[in-house]
Design a binder for this molecule. Structure first.
Ligand SMILES: [Zn+2]
Length: 268
């Protein structure tokens, strides 16, 4: 099974993504791994919304859970891989930290279209241990996932992964077809950040890992039209999928928040 960035769509493709090569993880410090991992998860989450809209995919259950699942199974490697393991651990840790902050503030938006941050944390931990009962077992228990729940996570992972795989199968470039094509591209745009976001700007471009992972989406799924993934200053710590513009926007302010979390500034 491929270890490319987008395992849901790359089973037959072999390992192609440079960022999966062992040893890459040493090039990034904890801060970079945390920021890049959580930013990539955010992009993939929004891209999941894009796929549902553009490919007219059915959604059974809460769409926000489905696209969290897309992001998670896309990032989780099928075999232990230092870089990808570190990135998905960063995502799980990120949701835990955001949950702690929300709980400190007494915020529990049960009415939200999203599950609570704490639930999103555990859902990802469950998918992780479901993908690798040995490799993520200790991590899952330390995260607080009860042992009896750990046992059911393999099925959660398989269902989430095979569900996305089946939905995307008709939209993969067929390597054997004469009209082999990569579909419409995913374009990555880094808007000029605000002055105080300069360092962040450098960080998310570090190693080209994030950009490569995003560009790969366009190569592995036949999109009916180009999609832009834009990193921009937007005075809001958030990310969006704009259907009419076919654009995913990830705000520098959100990435700034990830950095604040990992640097401890947001931990009270
Ligand atoms: Zn969403």
């Amino acid at each position: 099974m491929a270890l490319s960035a987008f395992a849901v769509s790359a089973e037959a493709e072999g390992q192609t993504a440079a960022w999966t090569e062992p040893g890459d993880v040493d090039a990034l410090d904890d801060r970079a791994l945390f920021v890049i991992g959580n930013t990539l998860f955010t992009v993939l989450h929004e891209f999941g919304h894009a796929l549902i809209d553009m490919l007219n995919l059915p959604v059974i259950g809460r769409e926000e859970d489905a696209v969290d699942g897309f992001a998670a199974v896309t990032m989780i490697p099928d075999h232990p891989n230092e870089m990808r393991d570190a990135l998905i651990v960063a995502v799980a840790d990120g949701w835990r930290a955001q949950s702690d902050l929300a709980l400190d503030d007494g915020v529990r938006p049960y009415w939200s279209e999203h599950a609570l941050d704490e639930q999103r944390h555990f859902a990802i931990v469950c998918l992780m241990v479901g993908s690798d009962q040995n490799g993520f077992y200790d991590f899952a228990l330390e995260a607080g996932l009860p042992e009896e729940r750990v046992k059911t996570c393999a099925q959660d992972f398989e269902r989430m992964k095979s569900g996305w795989k089946r939905l995307l199968a008709p939209h993969r470039p067929d390597a054997k077809a004469e009209d082999h094509r990569a579909g419409s591209p995913v374009n990555v745009v880094f808007d000029q950040p605000l002055a105080e976001q300069d360092e962040l700007f450098d960080l998310i471009q570090e190693d080209g890992l994030l950009e490569e992972a995003v560009l790969r989406l366009g190569a592995e799924i036949n999109l009916p039209a180009p999609v832009t993934v834009r990193f921009a200053a937007c005075e809001d710590a958030n990310a969006y999928w704009y259907q009419s513009q076919r654009e995913v926007t990830v705000c520098y302010e959100l990435i700034d928040e990830f950095e604040a979390i990992v640097l401890g500034a947001a931990v009270r």
